[in-house]
Design a protein around this ligand. Structure first.
Ligand SMILES: Nc1ncnc2c1ncn2[C@@H]1O[C@H](COP(=O)(O)OP(=O)(O)OP(=O)(O)O)[C@@H](O)[C@H]1O
Ligand SMILES: [Mg+2]
Length: 547
């Protein structure tokens, strides 16, 4: 419960916002509760006040009341379920968006400690389970508490002995279920971990399927996948075992309670303390008592089950490994001067410093080439500039202002990136170029496409061609050309390019370089490269190995 309260605080969730909808649900729930409590009791009226005394007219009247109450019960149940479902969907979206936003802000350190599959499971299943607890399950439990209280009063009123016994064994039953809930919670923790691991593995395999096929890792990965799903199977069986045991206990309750009604009811009937109609009513109630009680028990089990999900969500919501931004939002575009002053940096899980007391100054309008051996820290500069990681010491400034002070959205709109691990969103070619940059987008002229040596007619469907995730249906060079066209079709003041031409043929690279030289005129640019051709367009070249 304390976890749930913590979650409510982290999510900034206010029941007040949804209060009217909760009230609406509650009214339907109350209608259902009252009708479902009255409903079985009408059997004794039909039997004892109608059939047994041979009153034809009363029998018809009581059967009609029975029918009306039955229909009302059904309608209330329908309205209750529907309104709860709508409410739960809104709450689900509310929670998902908050968690998703938080994930989108995570920095590199977060991903050092979290598996992708685990985070996917949070968004896909953990949140849904919390939502169902916060709405339907919790409210169902409230309805059922009402139902049980209503029925208990009625049963004790009908016959204190049978009623009391039924209620007593109901409590014993709940106690047993609570004990089982503890086992379920522990097992669920293990199951949750194996599901996350499997999701990570699947994600890795599907994202790299073609590489895996080519380098001959198909069989080892099938084996690895089999071990992973075997592990889930074992944990699932353990879990189902306890859940089935808990169901068995529920059934046992029904059997015992009916046995009590039949046994004590018969004795009470022989003694003339009870009518057949009331014994019949008791039998119906004994069965009906089962569903609300087992539902409450399921809620207990769910609360236990849900605890690993809550801690996973809390882990993301409380995570402080995020990209921090400030609120400095200049009215004009940046000029483009950049300075890295006395920077020291090492990665969290790596003891070696990538930079120690590193200095770099770039003036506005300058094109700088950065070269250096593999692992010398070229790409790390980009990560530092994008705020994915933070220097241990030193300061990074743009136009003389500390990078940390800038509004993140502002900075992201001002600087254009092309990354070494070239990434292109999926979608139709014509849409990809505009995605996320609609406001700044300038019409792409055929001349631009030509200058970047991109032959659209080579694609199966021209501009309509669908580029899939991981851009697997285009070549490496084409991907780089499309990325550059996309970059320059929403002009920026500053560009940072990591190996932008590494996959291009010599001829293409030459033409692309001369076009880039034209487009980068008066702009600030950092070009990281191992290719000599592109260095010709740079005003200055910095060799990280020579520092
Ligand atoms: N996430 C990370 N965690 C730990 N160490 C890292 C991480 N990313 C990079 N490194 C290490 O930091 C060093 C600098 O890496 P970086 O990617 O900046 O090199 P690079 O100069 O871009 O190399 P390349 O020419 O191969 O692209 C390398 O030694 C690398 O192993
Ligand atoms: Mg690199």
């Amino acid at each position: 419960m304390t976890e749930l309260i913590g979650l409510k605080r982290e999510l900034n969730f206010s029941f007040k916002k949804y209060i009217f909808r909760y009230i609406k649900c509650f009214i339907f729930m109350l209608g259902y509760t009252i009708t479902s409590v009255i409903f079985p009791g009408l059997v004794s009226l039909v039997m004892d006040k109608g059939v047994m005394v041979g009153d034809y007219h009363s029998t018809i009247v009581y059967i009609s009341i029975f029918l009306i109450i039955g229909i009302m019960m059904t309608i209330f149940q329908y309205l209750e379920r529907l309104s709860f479902f709508k409410l739960s969907q809104d709450i689900l979206i509310y929670i998902k968006i908050i968690v998703f936003r938080k994930i989108m802000d995570t920095n590199l350190a977060f991903w050092n400690n979290h598996k992708i599959g685990d985070v996917m499971s949070v968004v896909e299943s953990d949140i849904s389970r919390i939502e169902s607890l916060l709405t339907t399950k919790l409210c169902d439990a409230i309805v059922n508490i009402f139902v049980i209280i209503g029925m208990s009063i009625f049963l004790i009123y009908l016959n204190i002995k049978i009623g009391g016994l039924l209620i007593l064994i109901a409590f014993i039953f709940v106690a047993i279920q609570r004990k089982l809930g503890i086992f379920i919670k522990n097992n669920m923790l293990i199951l949750r971990k194996s599901l996350g691991d499997n999701s990570s593995l699947l994600n890795e395999i599907l994202n790299n399927i073609q590489n895996i096929q080519i380098i001959g890792l198909v069989v080892p990965f099938i084996d690895k996948y089999k071990v992973s799903i075997d592990n889930i199977k074992d944990n699932n069986i353990k879990n189902t075992n306890i859940v089935s045991l808990s169901l068995g206990v529920s059934n046992l309750y029904v059997i015992i309670s009916m046995l009590i009604v039949l046994f004590v009811g018969s004795i009470e009937y022989f003694r003339g303390h009870l009518t057949i109609g009331i014994v019949l009513t008791f039998l119906l109630y004994a069965q009906r008592l089962y569903s609300p009680i087992s539902s409450i028990c399921n809620t207990f089990v769910s609360i236990k089950n849900i605890s690993p999900s809550i801690s996973k969500i809390l882990d993301i919501l409380k995570n402080e490994n995020i990209i921090y931004g400030g609120n400095y939002y200049p009215v004009t575009d940046i000029q483009g001067s950049l300075e890295l002053r006395a920077i020291s940096f090492k990665y969290q899980l790596n003891p070696d410093y990538v930079f120690k007391d590193f200095n770099l100054k770039i003036n506005s309008g300058e094109i700088i080439g950065i070269i250096g051996k593999n692992g010398s820290g070229k790409t790390t500069i980009i990560k530092l500039l994008a705020g994915l990681c933070v220097p241990e010491q030193g300061i990074i400034t743009i136009d003389g202002v500390d990078l940390k002070k800038y509004d993140l959205e502002y900075l992201r709109r001002q600087i254009g990136y092309v990354l070494q691990s070239n990434y292109l969103v999926s979608g139709k070619l014509k849409d990809i170029l505009r995605f996320g940059v609609e406001n700044e987008f300038i019409d792409i002229k055929d001349e631009m496409i030509k200058s970047f040596e991109l032959n659209i007619s080579k694609f199966s469907n021209g501009w309509e061609t669908y580029i899939n995730e991981k851009s697997m249906n285009i070549s490496g060079g084409e991907l780089q050309k499309i990325s550059l066209i996309r970059l320059f079709s929403s002009p920026k003041q500053m560009y940072i390019l990591d190996e932008p031409t590494s996959f291009m043929d010599n001829e293409s690279e030459k033409k692309v370089c001369s076009k880039m030289e034209e487009l980068l005129n008066n702009k600030t640019a950092i070009i990281i490269t191992h290719r000599p051709q592109i260095l010709h367009i740079c005003n200055r070249v910095i060799d990280l190995d020579a520092l």
